[in-house]
Design a protein around this ligand. Structure first.
Ligand code: EPZ
Length: 420
């Protein structure tokens, strides 16, 4: 297993280009199961999660060819169940259920377990499938969904913490081949849902309202192959914007869609970070004096839970008190104990973390627990005095393409080493 060795205290300066969005490419790759024709997807990030999804599609019988940042997938002849172990390993693979149910009227997948950030049930996904007429059976760690035929329906997909992103994606992908009209209320509005809907429409689906809480899908008899370029990763862009502020440098971010990042950019500006449009790019630099800000994570277009940990590092370095409230996942503060090891002063009260900022950080050996926590630990290591060793960075490689190379090109003293 690899680790990252980081010698902190260097302001990051220069240009970085944002890769395609992990949380968009995974459901889009799954959506290719809806047609027997070939699909070509571009701006595909080189991530372990993407490779996993490729292996899962292969285990279902599809052909998958990666070439640079393009993948060609053809699901000519497929079966309704894939490799149990592979599917169990990656939560995102739950989104093969909708396309399999839509095309084959049946699907069997391993029940995704919880993960360190929360229980993450799929009850809303299954509720949506049942509304379309599917029968659900959970047995021996498997979920079996079956339907003689799928019929369009009106359904409400809101849960205890609001809409579900992959639940909306799954139900949308089942409904595109259902008979009649489906209306999803309290649908997720994330840009990744709009990107998926655009790909489905390119395949011949009839979808209105993607990106809004009400999505209307008029079922069609079949879909055809299509080509699509994935949107840039707004969370990777947010991570580099925060890296500029945390290290006191200046970074020009290319390829980010600023219209997908309003909540993050607004909070950074409130904290005193200078953010400027430079044509299609974004120039980010720390202002003269950072200010503490309070954050509450919310469904899109609110502040993204996937940028909460990274923002906590900036607040740990900012003199004053800030309160960070995590409203989406019930245990997404795994990074707090590791940041405390570097000298941060953070205490947890229920769904909130109280950050007493301004304490200098000093390097230590720390351990990543999940994808975004690992990004936060890398940012903290870049700001800390001395050397920080971040272990278990396989979490990082799940969602950040070549992050150590990108940081090195900005001047970071960072090395990937075999774990000691
Ligand atoms: C997606 O997960 C993202 N993953 C997550 O990104 C992201 O944090 C999350 O959306 C929220 O923005 C991918 O797109 C692959 P949800 P998803 O269903 O769809 C509860 C990252 O770091 N819920 O919107 O699985 C759930 O427990 C990852 O890139 C139910 O109760 O998240 C959570 O509290 C981490 N029942 C809330 O809803 C359900 O059936 C939101 O979850 C489904 C969800």
């Amino acid at each position: 297993m690899d680790s990252l060795l980081i010698k902190g205290g260097v302001p990051l300066n220069g240009d970085v280009t944002i890769s395609g969005a992990k949380n968009s490419v995974l459901p889009i790759m799954a959506a290719t199961l809806l047609t027997s024709e070939a699909c070509v997807i571009r701006r595909v990030p080189d991530l372990s999660d993407v490779k996993f999804m490729g292996q899962i599609l292969l285990s279902l019988g599809a052909s998958v060819q990666f070439e640079g940042d393009t993948v060609k997938i053809q699901a000519a002849k497929i079966k309704p169940f894939g490799d149990y172990d592979l599917i169990r390993k990656m939560r995102g693979s739950v989104c093969i259920m909708g396309p399999l149910l839509g095309r084959l009227k049946k699907a069997t997948v391993s029940l995704p377990g919880g993960c360190v950030i929360g229980a993450r049930p799929i009850d809303l996904h299954l509720k949506g499938f049942e509304a379309l007429g599917a029968k659900i059976k959970i047995e021996k760690g498997y979920v079996h969904v079956r339907a003689g035929k799928l019929l369009g329906a009106d359904l409400f997909l809101g849960g205890r913490s609001g809409p579900t992103v992959l639940g909306t994606a799954n139900v949308m992908m089942a409904a595109v081949l259902a008979e009649g009209v489906t209306i999803i209320e309290s649908a997720a509005c994330e840009p990744e849902i709009t990107d998926l809907a655009n790909f489905l429409v390119a395949m011949g689906a009839k979808i209105n309202g993607a990106g809004s809480p009400t999505i209307t899908i008029t079922g069609v008899r079949e879909l055809h192959g299509a080509e699509h370029e994935v949107i840039p990763d707004r969370i990777e862009a947010a991570t580099f914007a925060i890296a500029a502020a945390v290290t006191g440098g200046e970074i020009l971010i290319h390829g980010a869609r600023q219209e997908h990042m309003h909540a993050v950019l607004d909070k950074l500006r409130e904290a005193g970070v200078k953010i400027e449009r430079q044509g299609p790019s974004l120039k980010v630099k720390r202002g003269s004096r950072l200010r503490p800000v309070d954050i509450t994570t919310l469904p899109y277009s609110g502040f993204p839970t996937d940028a909460q940990a990274q923002m906590m590092v900036l607040m740990a370095l900012t003199p004053g008190i800030s309160i960070i409230c995590e409203r989406i996942f019930e245990s997404r503060f795994m990074h707090v104990s590791e940041l405390t090891r570097l000298g941060a002063d953070i205490s947890i009260e229920g769904p909130s973390a109280i950050v007493k900022g301004g304490k200098p950080l000093s390097g230590a050996q720390i351990m990543a627990s999940d994808l975004r926590a690992s990004a936060a630990l890398v940012l903290a290591g870049l700001a800390a005095k001395g050397t920080t060793e971040v272990n278990r960075i396989y979490h990082l490689d799940r969602g950040y393409e070549k992050i150590d190379m990108k940081l090195k090109s900005l001047g970071a003293r960072i090395e990937r080493v075999a774990e000691s």
